[in-house]
Design a protein around this ligand. Sequence first.
Ligand code: ATP
Ligand code: MG
Length: 253
Amino acid sequence: MKVLAITNQKGGVGKTTTAVNLAASLGAEGQRVLLIDMDPQGNATTGAGITKKEALPTVYQLLIGAATLVEVCIKTEFAFDILPANRELAGAEVELIELDRREYRLKEALAQNHDEYDFVLIDCPPALNMLTVNALVAADSVLIPMQCEYYALEGLSDLVETLRKVRHHLNSRLEVEGLLRTMYNGQSTLTQQVSNELESHFGDKVYKTIVPRNVRLAEAPSYGKPVIAFDKNSKGALAYSALAQEILERTAK
Ligand code: ATP
Ligand code: MG
């Protein structure tokens, strides 16, 4: 089992889009995948076609110890399972403070089902809060989606610093799995410059696969579907399939 936290404290960089579509694409490759929605916005949950009513109990109950992983887990219509979230998860931040081993709650919950999945993908909120810390402690590595914009590199150094702290205090195994360029517009000179800088800084940690800006990726969540189930020949669908393959190749090495 490989646990990947999809994280970037910057909002709107494509974390949830990557989480849902990578889950579906790895599932389509025959991998057993669990997607965990760690964001009170619940975008991964609705994007995977789970309605608010179905999404009970949620990750919130799992973290506070009121439900087991099996009780929270839902099989989606697509080739992956999900631990859903809703607004209630925002309260976990406060409640966790009172609990023992508060940084380890997700890790310990996952240990119950260690052999059931090949990949566990965690969609993180756009913050470096206790929910994100739980994800980083449970994870083997982080996948960092980013837009190639001027401020992206600055945000990245904050994230690298957080990862260093988590490694030092809570999870020494935590690695950077890869950096993913999202919403890519190859026409823009700035985008190309930032992209080049990223490659020269992070070398082969930068995925070869680039996710282009593609309207089908933005439309699919409103139908409650990953893009491969919505328009499988779209550029977005092809990009996330290529990413799944690239990750599988890297994992095999
Ligand atoms: P948050 O930080 O709020 O959780 P996020 O990092 O999860 O945001 P997304 O929700 O995945 O980011 O994406 C932000 C918006 O951009 C969404 O409306 C999404 O549909 C759209 N989007 C994401 N990736 C692409 C893409 N490659 N092309 C076009 N639109 C995209
Ligand atoms: Mg999101």
